[in-house]
Design a protein around this ligand. Structure first.
Ligand SMILES: O=C1O[C@H](COP(=O)(O)O)[C@@H](O)[C@H](O)[C@H]1O
Length: 256
């Protein structure tokens, strides 16, 4: 089995615009590969500025060339708020991306916002199990957890990914696919999130970080100094490839 470092690619682009251009091509190429190989493409979104960074997919040539009918969309984490709430990751993705591309609405797996955090996590996991049973979602032969084709992740200034925060006991969850958090240090406090076994069973992960907010976290995650305690982002180890998309601002401490 390849060493995790063999699976990690770090690309630094001059500007955020260059990141957006390169990310669109990366996603479109993987969409074509999986649509051909499996007949479907399972894509996991996060919240935050990731959604703005995939904006090029909503424009020519991609809006016309990507096989949107093959896409199945999921969230790596969601805030337990109504879907029309300003804090909803679904609303963010719908307004900035999903409303602009022809993905069938039945292939968009949003949270059930009528449920409690615990109920919503269980409900989301049940939905994923059904998609594994019907073959839409692959299963990792290595871990037995669902294997998403691509996760598009962002990172917070504290190194959190999804709703997995530094020092939180949920970092150690080993069995559940989807869990809930009632005390997120970043508001809103109630959320559901994929666990690390699921994140790390995915085939490809794009880690997208631009701008000044995460300069220190990027340096801690990718710089030469080893941290005694790993940041959540440093626990991300997908099965095929982890590709970092950074702009020069986010990577500025790496280049010192
Ligand atoms: O709260 C969240 O934060 C992370 C990072 O957000 P960003 O604004 O720093 O990009 C995001 O990936 C996650 O989905 C979201 O719920």
């Amino acid at each position: 089995m390849a060493d995790q470092n063999d699976k990690k690619v770090v690309k630094v682009y001059a500007t955020e615009e260059d990141v957006a251009v390169s990310l669109a091509k990366y996603v479109a190429d993987l969409s074509a590969k999986f649509a051909k190989e499996r007949g479907s493409f399972t894509v996991v979104l996060s919240g935050g500025y990731l959604i703005d960074t995939i904006r090029k997919l909503t424009l020519p040539p991609y809006v016309d060339s990507v096989e949107w009918s093959k896409w199945h969309v999921f969230w790596v984490d969601e805030r337990v708020v109504p879907k029309n709430h300003v804090d909803s990751n679904y609303k963010l993705a719908f307004d900035g991306f999903l409303s602009k591309v022809p993905i069938p609405s039945g292939q968009v797996s949003a949270i059930n916002d009528a449920l409690s955090a615990e109920g919503a996590a269980e409900d989301y996991q049940t939905g994923l199990k059904h998609l594994v049973d019907t073959g839409v979602l692959a299963k990792s032969s290595v871990t037995g957890f669902p294997k998403f084709d691509l996760m598009l992740l962002g990172m917070g200034p504290d190194g959190h990914v999804a709703s997995l925060f530094p020092g939180h006991p949920l970092l150690e969850e080993k069995e559940k696919w989807v869990t809930h958090i009632m005390d997120s240090p970043k508001p809103p406090p109630q959320r559901i999130t994929f666990t690390f076994p699921v994140i790390n069973s995915s085939a490809y992960i794009a880690m997208v970080v631009c701008g000044p907010g995460e300069v220190d976290a990027v340096y801690k995650a990718l710089g030469k100094t080893e941290n005694p305690v790993l940041l959540p982002v440093q626990r991300v180890t997908p099965e095929e490839e982890l590709k970092w998309f950074l702009d020069e601002v986010a990577a500025s401490k790496l280049q010192e």
